[in-house]
Design a protein around this ligand. Structure first.
Ligand code: NAD
Length: 420
């Protein structure tokens, strides 16, 4: 029973995030009231979305939008389409967005949305109707100066385009800054699609320098071959690293000589599935324990837990996914001197370029790909150094250091506003 409780706690991403926020606020000397403010979103909307399906039937989908804290500025964060979306998960994800915004110093708080659905089983037009229905349902609380959605798991630039169109119709003016991750022709930014993977790549490069690992020839394992994982595999391959393992929801591929990344990228489908084409696969559990220098969980939550943390062979773990490592596993990896670059830092490249997209929309003046990449490089390197150094001076792991940086601006803004 006790073991079951412990497991349940580990899998409760909201509870574990709250526990690190508490530690971070305590370390920074904030009172208990500040934690009470930050432990939950300030606003949480649950909506029911009726959608006419292609066969003429009507299905009612459940959706959520969480706004964690708007003391710094409008809230911002993606919308996830997934059968396992829960209210708790959306809340935790909105808190992580606040932390990311604080870490890379954006004028935002965190937001997040989700719809309980499986886009793999829906037609193009059904997806359009659910996307538009979601915007109609949440339109009162979102907007370019209120809360700005973006893509996340199983959502893409097409879905952002439908959402933008629906919002613009409701408001009766074209409003490109309402949403980010749009197609370029609708005011999207160069570099947005690959931004998360670019940010992860920069963190890997900086972490490798600290560990004295040469990226040229380093062995990399990546769990997940979707937006984040596939671009990352390409960038690692281009940097001279050997990508020896990749996986998707159905299994993993392993080649100690390095996988043919260009071939795999060519064969993957739009949901990041590729392993179904192969007969010799390994499980995701085996993949995480492969012999390698750098391990990147880039799929889903709770992949490295106390069950497997002792068996991880990598010297660096960089979290491209949100919440892939439990708090107990974080401690085990730290005790084993494995450098863990936490999600709230490593995957902040996406929201950073989303911010650049919103700035370009607001000023109506657009930047080149080189300009976007140069600005992203500066932000990510600066943020990595800041958190790495804080972890060293305060003798804490990088996750706690990142949370300390992430909550500070929000806490100060809340204090100045007289909320706490
Ligand atoms: P995606 O939907 O494009 O790809 C997800 C990948 O994970 C696919 O390859 C899928 O097959 C795989 N997967 C799904 N379930 C799995 C399972 N049970 N075991 C192993 N693999 C599984 O999603 P994405 O945009 O690449 O996001 C991946 C992670 O990165 C998520 O945690 C997301 O929140 C995080 N993230 C993404 C972005 C972004 O801009 N895309 C930004 C920040 C964080």
């Amino acid at each position: 029973m006790a073991e079951n409780n412990q497991q349940a706690e580990q899998l409760d991403v909201l509870a574990s995030t709250q526990s690190v926020i508490k530690q971070a606020l305590d370390k920074l000397g904030y009172p208990e009231e500040m934690y009470e403010l930050m432990k939950e979103p300030i606003r949480m909307l649950t909506v029911r979305i009726p959608v006419r399906m292609d066969d003429g039937s009507t299905r009612i989908f459940t959706g959520y939008r969480a706004q964690h804290n708007d003391s710094v500025g409008p809230t911002k964060g993606g919308v996830r389409f997934h059968p396992n979306v829960t209210e708790k998960e959306v809340k935790a994800l909105s808190i992580w967005m606040s932390l990311k915004a604080g870490i890379v110093d954006l004028p935002y708080g965190g937001g997040k949305g989700g719809i309980v659905c499986d886009p793999r089983e829906m037609s193009f037009r059904e997806l359009e109707r659910v996307s538009r229905g979601y915007v109609r349902a949440i339109s009162q609380i979102v907007g370019p100066t209120k809360d700005i959605p973006a893509p996340d798991v199983f959502t893409n630039s097409q879905i952002m385009a439908w959402m933008l169109d629906e919002y613009s119709r409701i408001r009766e003016f074209d409003s490109p800054g309402f949403i980010t991750g749009k197609p370029l022709v609708l005011g999207g930014s160069h570099g947005r699609e690959s931004a998360t993977a670019k940010g992860v790549t920069i963190c890997i490069r900086e972490a490798a320098k600290k560990k004295g690992i040469d990226l040229d020839g380093a062995r990399v394992v990546i769990q997940g071959f979707g937006n984040a994982g596939s671009f990352l595999a390409k960038f690692m391959h281009d940097a001279g690293a050997l990508v020896v393992g990749i996986s998707d929801a159905y299994g993993g591929l392993y080649d100690p000589e390095g996988l043919d990344i260009d071939y795999l990228l060519d064969r993957r489908d739009s949901f990041g599935t590729v392993t179904k084409l192969f007969r010799e696969t390994i499980s995701n559990e085996e993949l995480l324990e492969l012999d390698c220098d750098i391990l990147v969980p880039a799929a889903i939550e709770n992949q490295i837990t106390e069950r497997n943390a002792h068996n991880i062979k990598a010297s660096i773990v960089v979290e491209a996914a949100n919440g892939p490592t439990s708090m107990t596993a974080t401690r085990i990896l730290s005790e084993r001197d494995i450098l863990l670059v936490p999600d709230v830092l490593a995957s902040a490249g996406g929201v950073t370029v989303s911010y650049f997209e919103w700035v370009q929309n607001n000023q109506g003046y657009y930047w080149t790909e080189e300009e976007v990449e140069g600005k992203l490089e500066n932000v990510m390197v600066g943020s990595f150094e800041n958190i790495y150094n804080l972890a060293r001076t305060r003798k804490v792991d990088m996750r706690l250091a990142a949370y300390m940086v992430g909550v500070r601006k929000m806490a100060e803004a809340s204090r100045f506003r007289g909320w706490v």
